[in-house]
Write a protein that binds this ligand. Structure first.
Ligand SMILES: [Zn+2]
Length: 76
């Protein structure tokens, strides 16, 4: 391994850790969010929150997840 490889590698690591830090808040938030209908874990897909169990899709408005059954769409 030469010096160029090493600096390229550490650059990649610092970019990755910065990206992970930016995502930290979202991840923490997702950990406490559950589907209000079936209490199952949810996952973030693009700009929406999807229940892993029933498949309901909850919108995110102005960065705030709307975890309400009447706001949810069901993707079938
Ligand atoms: Zn659900």
């Amino acid at each position: 391994m030469n010096a160029n490889n090493i600096s390229g590698y550490s650059l990649k690591i610092s970019v990755l850790s910065r990206l992970m830090e930016e995502k930290k808040m979202d991840k923490k938030l997702l950990e406490i969010l559950v589907c209000p209908v079936c209490k199952a874990e949810v996952k973030l897909v693009k700009e929406e929150i999807i229940c892993q169990k029933c498949g309901r899709i909850y919108p995110i408005k102005n960065g705030i997840p709307i975890m309400l059954e009447k706001e949810a769409k069901i993707d079938e």
